[in-house]
Design a protein around this ligand. Sequence first.
Ligand SMILES: [Zn+2]
Length: 283
Amino acid sequence: MSKHKPTAHYEGKGEFFDTHAHLYDRRYAEDGRSPEDILLAAKAAGVSKILVPADSVVTSRAAAGFSDSFDGKFGVDVYYSVGVHPHEAKDYDSEAEEYLKDLLGSSRPSRLRAIGEIGLDYYYDFSPRDCQREVFARQLDIAYEADIPLILHERDAAQDTLDILKAQYKKGALRNNPGVCHCCGMSVEVASELIKMGFYIGFDGPLTFKNNVKGVKLAQSVPLDRIVIETDSPYLTPEPNRGRRNEPEFVPYVALRLAEILEMSIEEVAKITFDNGIRLYEL
Ligand SMILES: [Zn+2]
């Protein structure tokens, strides 16, 4: 991974909300990038809000710790989520469930804004599929009981994801604002079913990659009031910075690509996606 270089700045283009960035990732420390470096660079690029998502009990604690330590400190509001990713579903036990229920209970910290990442991943299959489905369903119930939106991770499992969400919807256990399909790789057809249930659709670096026809089609199909932008840092660095470690300061590149696709200005995309992020996480 090449050394970090400052990026083109989008200061003055508006305020950006990176709705998904794993800022506790140890790769940053290995690169010599401190939270201060990352947040100041984000701020300079116009990013004023970031949500730090978790994928296990360990990273739930890390996300909470990051938010506790750095929220507001460098001019960026830092929110977080807790939850168990499908990769880690095999390690989901009663202790993990109690931990989540406890945190999301009546004394929930104010910066804890979602449960996630939760969902299904049949691409890597790091946990058995039946186990993934069960852990996903259990956390959907927790989200509903706790009255909090969810961050959905889905890869190569669109039909099962849709079936489980529809069952949840039918039994009346999905909120009006159910959450976001993060880094959404779904077809227009499946995504539209999620949008009908109230979901937001998250776009990331891959939208900036050449030949991402599927992503472009999806972006064109999503109602403007349902689009959010994210980096998924430290992964999925957008063009023109591919090959570098991803950081929230690069989220304007996702907005820029959306602006091209939707034939709007980056200022308009910044404003729309910022407001959507506020509604998604109910800030
Ligand atoms: Zn993620």
